[in-house]
Structures are given as C-alpha cells and as structure tokens.
Design a protein around this ligand. Sequence first.
Ligand code: NAD
Length: 337
Amino acid sequence: MAELIQQQIQQLVKTLNDYNYQYYVLDNPSVPDAEYDRLMRELKQLESQYPDWVQADSPSNKVGGQALKAFTQVEHKLPMLSLENAFSAEDMLAFNQRLLDRLTTVSQVAFCCEPKLDGLAVSLMYENGLLVQAATRGDGKIGEDITENVKTIRSIPLSLRGELNVDFPQVLEVRGEVFMPKQGFASLNQNQKASGQKQFANPRNAAAGSLRQLDSKITASRPLAFYAYSIGYVEDVNGLMSQSHYGRMEQLKAFGLPMNPEVRKVQGGEACDDYYETIAAKRDNLSYEIDGIVFKVDDIAQQQQLGFVAKAPRWAIARKFPAQEEITILNDVEFQV
Ligand code: NAD
C-alpha cells in the first residue's frame, strides 16, 4: 500500500513536470488546464497526507517554468509568485476565515477584486519614469529579458506620465498581464492556418509564444494587450505610493498604464462572491479571456502581516471558473475552452 502511494506521487510529479515544461517552456500544452488542475489537486492532497514523501522536484512548490537560454536572463529583485487557487464558494469561505484568524484586529477584510486574465505575467521596470527593462516571470526568480518585444506593445508606455519624485517614485516595477484579446487570437489562428503554420491552443499560449520571440518584428505583428495589476520592487524615498492596493492601481492608471476597468474594491467575503457572479455572468461578453477572479487583501500593511507561503502570497487567491464544456481539437490535441 505505502509503496503504491509513493509510486503514485512519483508518477504525478513526473507527469505534472512534463506538462509544465510543455506549457511554460514550449508554450504548447498537451492537456487542458482542467486536467492539469485536477492532477495538481490530487498531488497536493497526497503530499499533505504523506509529507515524508514530498519529492524535492515536486511542482506543487515551484512557480512556472525555466527561462529560455536564448534570452538574456533577468534576476527579479522580488520574486514573481503564483496564486493559491479556490474552486468553490466553500474554498472562499475558508480563505476569508484564514485571513480573519491571522488579522485578529479586524472583523472584515477589504479586498481588491480583479478578473484573472489568461495571459502571462510580465515585470516592467521604470527608472526615473523610463521603461528600462521588461521580463517574463520565468521560474519566479529568473525570467527572460523581453524588453525589445514589450516595447512593441503600443499600450505600454515607454515613459510614465507625471513628474519624477512628485507623482511617481525613482524606481517602480509594474507587474501585469500581457494577453491577446479574443478577436486578435481568432484572426491570428486564421492566418496561421492559411499559411500552413501551427495554430495556438488558446490566447494564453498565443500571447506567450508571441512575446517570447527572438525577432521583435514578429511580436510587433501580434495583437497583444496589457493590463497592470500590481507593483513589485520600488524605491520611493518620498513615500508616494498608496498603502491601499486599489489606491496603487489608481496611481498606475494616472501614470499612463492600462488598467482593467472591471477592477473594484469591496468589503468582506460576501461582496467577493457577488463580484465573482457578476463577472462570471458577463465573461462571454468581455473582449479577452479570463479564467477566474483574483481577490487581494487591499491594505498593504495587512498584506505584509500575512506574508507568503512557498510559492504564493497568503493575502490573495484566484477563484477559478469551472471548466467549460466545449472541446476543441487542435494540432491533434483535445482542449477544453
Ligand atoms: P495561476 O494561473 O494560478 O496564477 C498566477 C498568475 O495569474 C500570475 O502569474 C499572473 O500571470 C496571472 N494573473 C492574471 N490576472 C491577475 C491579476 N489580476 N492579479 C495577479 N495575477 C494575475 O498560476 P500559474 O502558476 O501561472 O499557472 C497555473 C495554472 O496554469 C494552472 O492552474 C493551470 O490551469 C495552468 N497550467 C496548465 C498546464 C497545462 O498543461 N495545461 C500546465 C501548467 C499550468
């Protein structure tokens, strides 16, 4: 019995590590996300029951995939982490309770609610208001330098609006998602098909594949968009950045960065459930793909108090939408979309 469980863990680790490689490194997933999530849940469950058999290379403790050697590597000043997932209202209740248990002085938590864009995370480093470096998340510690490619995305400002040290700080790392709107994705795949080239499984892979090009001209020809959703490393001697996450989002917007108009600040867990339902109802009408909602504790001091676990912050969670029914077969692989 014990041996069987150990073998099961080893098999899950191997399978999920293979899936990660195909998804993050090759931008070419071999299974639908729902299947990946199911196996990952199975692995986490076994690991929590049998902590002695957690493998050193377990994907449950790792962020993303490795940076491609073809790009210059960038060491992130602050790690770019993943998010814990919730799959139900019960998971959300448990999350809210965990927060209240740790934040003993409050009876209700304020959250910033944001659609979970299905693209890839990038870091944009602004020094004295100028964009000096853009990088992928990579494995969370080391990403790929994609500065020239990012500069081809028209909505990303090359310089911030406002005055240095009055409006924005000396060094500001903006984090956000590069994604491909649905319409652009459909026409890209049409063109790929017409020219006999490989089609992309979903907008996320199309965005990742487009951004991780060695030739910026190819990136420039792809319909990529960007929404900012947080800040990373900051040098802010004048204390300009807000102590509310939502407040920071408003500041980034004022600096000229694209912000998702659906982002809202709400009070308490019930309001998070309402927000989830509202966005789920209009999901199909949004011009871009989302795969859930991200809820973040709004107060930065509370975020700091809550801290991090191995690969994700304790102060945020991504509630995923249930997998949709429709199945697509592309390049001989079946996908749920
Ligand atoms: P994640 O998708 O669970 O969450 C973290 C990411 O969410 C961030 O890095 C960022 O890119 C994104 N994000 C979007 N909107 C955001 C917002 N408003 N605020 C903060 N972050 C936001 O974590 P992950 O590690 O990137 O990916 C794991 C998921 O990827 C899995 O749950 C699975 O669905 C999918 N996956 C699929 C395969 C496959 O083979 N099909 C393989 C690996 C991963």
